[in-house]
Design a protein around this ligand. Structure first.
Ligand SMILES: [Fe+2]
Length: 279
């Protein structure tokens, strides 16, 4: 029987929306240094691809896998009693290295459901010179085969997850990503693992008083314009994923044109708001 876990939710509506928009959430430097050092020592003695036995170490499970803030976010995205990682992947590399090819990991599915998460833990400082993970915001909604996207080089709008020691990065499993180019002469460690959904989607995160799904910017306002997608598609897909996570996927629908979820400035009421989308 795979292990499950439950804890207090740590995201509110806007935190969950951020995940739906960008496909990732970062938690910089949340793991104590003593634990990072211990993890690095553990990895020093290991050269294989899957050090899954680290998941039997209480100090690691307590401080990394079940870190209250991070596990609380996982709980918001995967629901109560979510499945804990059972497989650990080591992405230890000897820098310098060229950038990896853009890809989605094997087993990626495409669509609004969030049934598993891909998570990275950086036990050491990982600035740009150490080749941190590079991510394309919103690309978890953009279908492409890895065999095609691997030919791309730099993509405008991609973000380098430069991370201080002890950072954890939660990502949608199917987000476009790659190991960034590194220039330092050093060993870089990065551990990757998955959490799993075990219950049907429903809203279990904290309500924010200012959040109104009828009037919200569903596209991340920090994104560069234009992005790599057709206009409004980012908003449609973020809204649909949010409704799926809320257990209200059956309520989702768009009229098209400039209707919901495109907010429209200063409108009393937008066209096309589906019935029953409020909590
Ligand atoms: Fe990958």
């Amino acid at each position: 029987m795979q292990p499950t876990y439950d804890c207090e939710p740590t995201l509110d509506d806007f935190g969950v929306l951020k995940f739906c928009q960008n496909g990732f959430l970062s938690f910089p430097g949340v793991v104590p240094d003593e634990i990072n050092q211990r993890a690095l020592k553990f990895m020093e003695d290991w050269e294989g691809a899957e050090p899954s036995h680290i998941l039997h170490e209480d100090w690691f499970v307590e401080n990394v896998i079940c870190h209250p803030e991070v596990a609380g976010a996982v709980r918001c995205l995967l629901g109560r009693d979510f499945g804990l990682p059972i497989l650990m992947s080591s992405h230890k590399v000897h820098c310098p290295q060229p950038a990896q090819e853009w890809h989605r990991d094997g087993g990626s599915k495409w669509g609004p459901p969030v049934n598993y998460l891909q998570v990275f833990y950086y036990p050491q400082d990982t600035p740009a010179e150490m080749g941190p993970t590079e991510l394309l915001p919103g690309s978890h909604h953009l279908f492409s085969l890895s065999t095609f996207m691997g030919h791309y080089g730099s993509i405008r709008g991609a973000q380098l997850a430069e991370s201080p020691a002890g950072s954890i990065l939660i990502t949608a499993y199917n987000i476009w990503h790659r190991r960034g180019k590194s220039t330092a002469a050093a060993v870089r460690n990065n551990l990757k693992y998955n959490y799993w959904r075990r219950t049907a989607p429903e809203k279990t995160w904290t309500s924010h008083p200012d959040f109104d799904p009828e009037k919200i910017e569903w596209r991340d306002e920090d994104w560069e314009v234009p992005t790599f997608r057709q206009q409004f598609r980012d908003s449609y897909d973020a809204a649909e994923q949010f409704m799926w996570l809320s257990g209200k996927h059956d309520k989702f629908g768009t009229i098209g044109g400039q209707g919901w979820p495109v907010p429209g400035n200063n409108l009393e009421r937008q066209y096309g708001i589906p019935d029953g989308i409020k909590h």
